[in-house]
Design a protein around this ligand. Sequence first.
Ligand SMILES: [Zn+2]
Length: 261
Amino acid sequence: MKQVGGDRVAVRTFVGPNGDAHVYEPTPGDTKTLAASAILVVNGLGLEGWMSRLEKSSGFKGTVVTASNGIQSRQMEEEEHGKTRKITDPHAWQSLANGRIYVQNIRDALIAADPAGKDAYAANASKYLAQIDDVEKLVKDQIAKLAPERRKIITTHDAFGYFGATYGMEFIAPQGVSTESEASARDVAKIIRQIKAEKIPAVFLENVTDHRLLDQIARETGAKIGGTLYSDALSEPNGPAATYLDMFRNNIRAFSAALSS
Ligand SMILES: [Zn+2]
């Protein structure tokens, strides 16, 4: 938003560095912030279940922009209490190809809301889209260097499905696509067997999830901990993933370091 809006917009974020957008609890300050805003950008795809309550309590009258509009969503099946349910994977931003669509949606929304800024928004967006192209090239180049049988990664929750589908890596997660539900003992046992059988080299921690589960899996399988991935939230401004593109740079560096043979 800041990349496209530049100096013409003031951006406020509800879920800050290392926050968990799946289970965020809005504060009274958020209600005031939203009430005073003209545009609300959401990810959509069911990520922010708490947002409709916040919208209602704030009396928000502005424009809601769903950044993921137009992407092709991934449908997953998850087992819960013995029942299989269909669920949409909300983590579309983890594919830079989708990131381009997010940027275009934000650009178009800003132009609609502030036509006088059209040239600035268009120029900012195309500059940023070019940066996305560069980082995407880096990601593809780095993955191409990895042996195909080593392109397998364990993460805590299933946040990298779009990344894997777009760039050709396999991600396995005990926790499913939301951080709301906990992994069952059966899920964990299954993953431990899978890591051993497929000789998966590394498990990765995430900035938004509890480390204990993966520590246990690493202990029981001998897989190494491959570092911290930024999945759903950025790092602090002085951290390794302070921006959307730095998140990709950090994650691909971690994959390369852990999976190079
Ligand atoms: Zn997530």
